[in-house]
Design a protein around this ligand. Structure first.
Ligand SMILES: NC(=O)c1ccc[n+]([C@@H]2O[C@H](COP(=O)([O-])OP(=O)(O)OC[C@H]3O[C@@H](n4cnc5c(N)ncnc54)[C@H](OP(=O)(O)O)[C@@H]3O)[C@@H](O)[C@H]2O)c1
Length: 333
C-alpha cells in the first residue's frame, strides 16, 4: 500500500552499497535508512573513510590464493553480506547510545569498524568497544583516515615478531599502506630498514626512514647475498621457503598478504613465518594516533576522492600502484 501523502518519510542517508562481487560498477549509490546507535554504539558522521585494499579485495572477491571458498563463507556467498564497505572512518560523533561514556556529540574521532565495515556512508555506527580514539588535532580528517588500515596491520605484525632495536628489517611493498607504516614503525623502534619498492618510490622510502632501498624492478632481494632478521612481505610477492637463505637464525617472515599455504607454513629450524589477520586493538589505534600527533608517524595519503567517485577510487586501488592510502571524502566536502 503506498504511504499516506502526509506520512513523513523515514530519515535516510547516502551510502555506497556493493550489490555483487565484480568490477567497480557493482558499487551503487543508495538512500539507506539513517542508522541509530544502540545502547553501546557511537554514531559518527563520516568526514573521510579509507578505500583500502581490503575494500577492493572484498568487492572484487580477489583474495590471496587458497582463501576463495573461506572468503565466500565469511563474507557472503554471492555478494558481500555487509553491503556497505569501508573499514576505517575519521569523523565527528553525532550521537551516543545510553550506555556509552567518554564520548559526546561534536567529538572528532578516528575509528576502525574492521570487517563489520559500513564506513562508505554519510553515517556509521561503531560499537564503543571497537578501536575509537580522538582525532589528532594536527591531522586533517583525510590524513587521519589514511592511517589505521596500514598502521594497525604493521604495528600488530611488528609486535608479533617482537622486532627489537638494532635488528634488520626488509619491507617488501614499502610504498603501500601497510608498507609505508611498517617502514616508519620499524625505524622508530631502532631497526635498520631496507625498503623494497620501485625506483619511483625510492625517495618516499628514504623519507619514511629506510636506510637502504632495493628497486624490485632492477634487483631480486633474494639474490643480493644479504640477510635480515625480519622479512615483511606486504604485497604477497615472495615465499617463505625462498626467503629462508635471506633470514638470519631466529629470523621471522611476516606473511601479511600471502596465500593460505604461505600463512600455514611450518617453522624451518629457528626461522618461522607469522601470518593471519592482524588484530585490531583500541590501544594500538591510540598508540598510532599518539605517534601521529607528535609528528613522528607521518600519514602517506596518495589521494582523496569526492563521495560520488567511489568506483573510481576502487579502480585506482585495484591497480596495485597506490602510494600509501586512498580516502573517500564525505558528500559536499
Ligand atoms: N593480514 C592482515 O591482517 C592484513 C591487514 C591489512 C592488509 N593486508 C594485506 O596487505 C596487502 C597490502 O595492502 P596495502 O593496502 O598496503 O597495499 P597497496 O597499498 O595496494 O600496495 C601498493 C604498493 O605496493 C607496491 N608494490 C606492488 N608490487 C610490488 C612488488 N612486487 N614489490 C614491491 N612493491 C610492490 C606498489 O608500488 P609500485 O607501484 O612502485 O610497484 C604500491 O605502492 C593487501 O594484500 C592487503 O590485503 C593484510
Amino acid at each position: 500500500m503506498p504511504p499516506h501523502p502526509s506520512t513523513p518519510s523515514p530519515p535516510s542517508m547516502r551510502a555506497w552499497a556493493c550489490t555483487a562481487y565484480g568490477g567497480p560498477g557493482v558499487l551503487q549509490l543508495r538512500d539507506l535508512p539513517h542508522p541509530a546507535p544502540g545502547p553501546g554504539g557511537v554514531l559518527v558522521r563520516m568526514h573521510a573513510a579509507s578505500v583500502s585494499s581490503a575494500d577492493m579485495r572484498i568487492r572484487a572477491h580477489k583474495l590471496p590464493r587458497g582463501f576463495g571458498l573461506l572468503g565466500r563463507l565469511a563474507l557472503g556467498l554471492t555478494r558481500p553480506r555487509r553491503p556497505v564497505l569501508g573499514t576505517d572512518v575519521a569523523g565527528v560523533v553525532e550521537a551516543v547510545g545510553r550506555r556509552v561514556t567518554g564520548w559526546a556529540p561534536g567529538d572528532a574521532v578516528v575509528g576502525v569498524a574492521g570487517m563489520a565495515m559500513g564506513c562508505h556512508a554519510e553515517f556509521c555506527v561503531l560499537p564503543a568497544t571497537r578501536p575509537l580514539v580522538r582525532k589528532p588535532g594536527r591531522l586533517s580528517f583525510a590524513e587521519a583516515a589514511s592511517l589505521p588500515f596500514g598502521g594497525m596491520a604493521a604495528l600488530d605484525f611488528l609486535n608479533r615478531a617482537q622486532v627489537q632495536a638494532g635488528e634488520s628489517v626488509l619491507v617488501l611493498g614499502a610504498s603501500g599502506a601497510v608498507g609505508s607504516a611498517m617502514v616508519q614503525l620499524a625505524a622508530l623502534r631502532g631497526a635498520r630498514v631496507t625498503a623494497v619498492c620501485s625506483g619511483a618510490n625510492a625517495a618516499l622510502a628514504g623519507w619514511l626512514g629506510a636506510q637502504a632501498v632495493i628497486d624490485y624492478t632492477q634487483q631480486d632481494f633474494t639474490r643480493t647475498g644479504e640477510r635480515w632478521d625480519v622479512i615483511a612481505d606486504t604485497v604477497g610477492a615472495s615465499r617463505f621457503d625462498a626467503c629462508l637463505p635471506c633470514l638470519h637464525e631466529h629470523g621471522r617472515y611476516l606473511c601479511i598478504a600471502g596465500s593460505l599455504t604461505q600463512v600455514l607454513a611450518r617453522p624451518r629450524g629457528t626461522r618461522r613465518s607469522i601470518g593471519g589477520p592482524a588484530a585490531e586493538r583500541p590501544h594500538d589505534l591510540q598508540a598510532l594516533m599518539d605517534l601521529a600527533e607528535s609528528g613522528v608517524l607521518r600519514p602517506v595519503l596518495d589521494c582523496a576522492y569526492p563521495f560520488g567517485d567511489l568506483p573510481a577510487a576502487h579502480a585506482y586501488v585495484e591497480t596495485g600502484r597506490k602510494r600509501g592510502a586512498v580516502v573517500l571524502l564525505a558528500p559536499g566536502a
